[in-house]
Design a binder for this molecule. Structure first.
Ligand code: SAM
Length: 214
């Protein structure tokens, strides 16, 4: 994700602390109270500029969406998009997903979305991939027993790596598509990267997986 220096970002984040939540660990096990309802919580990791989360929140008004994005200069764009949409079922967090277990309690989340995560192709960077073992441990911890992990990417190498990683972890694969757009899933909301890569003719891969498959 291209990042531009945005000198106004700090002021923007301070002024919009009801949307981009500072110190999110204070809401651990209390996210329902912040939203003011008991609707399920879905978390997107690496939200980027926010097109997916806004589209999903419009499509599913009875789900609470939380977007986690590391880059300050990117999350402010997502926040502006959320404001324009006037959706009240979205909150954003500027954090590293490494800290997920400090932010969410066990079983607090119903779905985790990973969309076009950075591939980190070098072997020595494997631990940074958001589908590596230590991240799966974090997702398993915060996800409800019936909760799903939904992963989309254009990157075939990362997709193959992730399927093996899920399988080694003992996860059950509920859907594997090598060309998502051929499925013509009417509920699919495209991310910014998804639009860019599919416009170039690249197939989009999607996997839906669960941790406990009784
Ligand atoms: N999901 C968006 C899309 O599909 O258009 C953005 C994809 S971009 C390739 C990956 C995004 O993930 C970047 O905005 C990056 O800052 C964010 N990211 C990478 N590692 C992260 C981490 N450990 N925690 C939170 N966000 C992360």
């Amino acid at each position: 994700m291209r990042q531009r220096n945005k000198p106004w970002a700090d002021d923007f984040l301070r002024e919009n602390s009801d949307l981009v939540i500072p110190n999110p660990d204070q809401y651990k096990s209390k996210w329902h109270e912040l939203f003011g309802n008991d609707n399920p919580i879905h978390v997107e990791i690496g939200t980027g500029k926010g097109q997916f989360i806004v589209g999903m929140a419009k499509q599913f008004p009875n789900i609470n969406f939380i977007g986690i994005e590391l880059a300050k200069s990117v999350i402010v764009t997502a926040a502006q998009k959320v404001q324009e949409s006037e959706q009240t079922n979205i909150k954003l967090i500027q954090e590293n997903a490494e800290n997920l277990n400090e932010i969410f309690a066990t079983n607090e989340v119903s779905t985790v979305y990973l969309n076009f995560s950075d591939p980190w192709p070098k072997n020595r960077h494997e631990k940074r991939r958001l589908t590596s073992h230590s991240f799966l441990e974090r997702y398993e911890n915060i996800l409800h027993p019936e909760g799903q992990l939904i992963f989309k990417t254009d990157n075939r190498g990362l997709f193959e790596y992730s399927l093996v990683s899920f399988s080694r972890f003992g996860m059950l694969l509920e859907e594997v598509s090598l060309d998502l757009h051929q499925l013509a899933d009417p509920t699919n909301i495209m991310t910014e990267y998804e639009e860019k890569f599919s416009a170039k003719g690249q197939p989009i891969h999607r996997c839906k997986a669960v941790f406990r498959g009784e």
